[in-house]
Ligand binder design. Structure first.
Ligand SMILES: *Cc1c(COP(=O)(O)O)cnc(C)c1O
Length: 379
């Protein structure tokens, strides 16, 4: 059956259960907030929402950083903001690469003129902290050291504390990609010693895509303010000029996506009501349940043992199944989206996300039922 483009409205689309690497399902409360009529970006009512969003983001990030807000744009906008503020041409950037998003960091840093030193590990494994520290020992003057906490392409949970402790007191800015981490596992920016940490709203936060929460430590703001020889080349992402809008001046910077902020505000209220500890515990429990259920059906972990993320599980399929065609049956006949592999994992794995509102027993049960009906695994 084909639908003419004239009939194609949002109402005619079939909803899906989003169990891929993002976007994740959005709760009814957040959806309602999204539908509120827009306010002006300088309306005192909206500014109150904005301030409250920033305060709640500090809580989720685990920071007291003054410069904490949501960049207008997806997670990649946060990545771009972090690097364009921190780096100048000729700077050295040490970047951990054990998956697709580490590779994206490398690409962005190179375009900014940085000399990139890669610390690589096999996809699916973590990068041993000693190796990262060793690389910094060889390049102590590096401007940036960047790691991806939750590598969504492989499901690996990268430890941060040892590297953060090593970098304290150095001139190097510790950049952390917490896009898939924030709201699903502890990020603890201040404890870890991250200087710039960014995320996105459509993974474990539970909002549609379009905003990228970010936070800058005082050390990062000094480096960006007086520490640079040249101005930040992106006016839009410059962390020092957005303050005119976020701070007491309240001057127009850009028209922020008002309705996405309504949604983010509601999602952060939900997070605070649940409590971070219970939220992490829920993600942990659901991830374990998923691994157990699919493990019993012959799926095997792709990620290094003991290093898997609860909110994103990468699994090899039983037998020599054609993952792409099974994934398309799962989507088109059972209404469930999961992700396929990227890079060296292409054609080999499913990536199952149980993020935010989607981290529920109902999600796991629906997926397991579909897998059984499709005759996969044990059958
Ligand atoms: C999704 C993701 C990004 C990119 O975010 P977009 O919202 O797709 O731009 C960056 N890093 C990681 C680890 C991600 O999972």
């Amino acid at each position: 059956m084909t639908v003419s483009s004239l009939d194609l409205t949002v109402g005619s689309l079939t909803p899906r259960l989003l169990l891929g690497p993002g976007p994740s399902p959005v709760s009814p409360r957040v959806l309602r907030a999204l539908a509120h009529p827009p306010l002006g970006h300088l309306d005192p009512q909206f500014l109150a929402v904005l301030d409250d969003v920033n305060e709640r983001l500090r809580g989720v990030f685990g920071t007291t950083n003054d410069v904490t807000y949501a960049v207008s744009g997806t997670g990649s906008a946060g990545m771009q903001a972090a690097l364009v503020n921190a780096l100048e041409p000729g700077d050295t950037a040490i970047i951990g690469v054990n998956g697709y998003f580490g590779t994206r960091l490398v690409e962005m840093a190179r375009r900014l003129g940085a000399n990139v030193v890669q610390v690589e590990a096999e996809w699916g494994r973590i990068i041993e902290p000693e190796r990262v520290i060793e690389a910094h020992g060889k390049h102590p003057g590096a401007r940036v050291l960047a790691l991806v906490q939750a590598e969504t392409s492989t499901g690996a949970w990268q430890p941060l504390h040892e590297v953060g402790a090593h970098l304290r007191g150095s001139e190097t800015l510790f950049v952390v990609d917490a896009v898939t981490a924030l709201g699903g596992i502890p990020v603890e920016v201040d404890q870890v010693g991250a200087d710039i940490c960014y995320s996105a709203t459509q993974k474990c936060i539970g909002t549609p895509p379009g905003l990228s929460p970010i936070t800058y430590s005082p050390k990062a703001m000094r480096a960006i303010g007086q520490g640079r020889k040249t101005p930040v080349t992106s006016w839009y992402f410059d962390a020092t000029v957005i303050g005119t809008y976020l701070g007491p001046e309240r001057r127009y910077h850009h028209t922020v996506p008002i309705n996405l902020f309504f949604a983010l505000h509601e999602a952060l209220r939900e997070i605070d009501e649940e409590g971070l500890a219970s939220r992490f515990e829920r993600h942990g429990r659901m991830g374990a349940l998923l691994r157990e259920e699919l493990g019993a059906r012959g799926f095997t972990p792709f990620t290094e043992t003991g290093r898997g993320l609860p909110q994103l599980t990468a699994l090899r399929l039983p037998g020599d199944a054609d993952e792409a065609s099974l994934r398309s049956v799962l989507l088109n006949e059972h209404g469930i989206e999961v992700g396929g592999g990227l890079g060296p994992a292409k054609g080999k794995i499913w990536r199952v996300g149980l993020m935010g509102h989607g981290a529920s027993e109902e999600s796991v049960n629906r997926l397991v039922e579909a897998v059984d009906r499709m005759g996969m695994g044990r059958a």
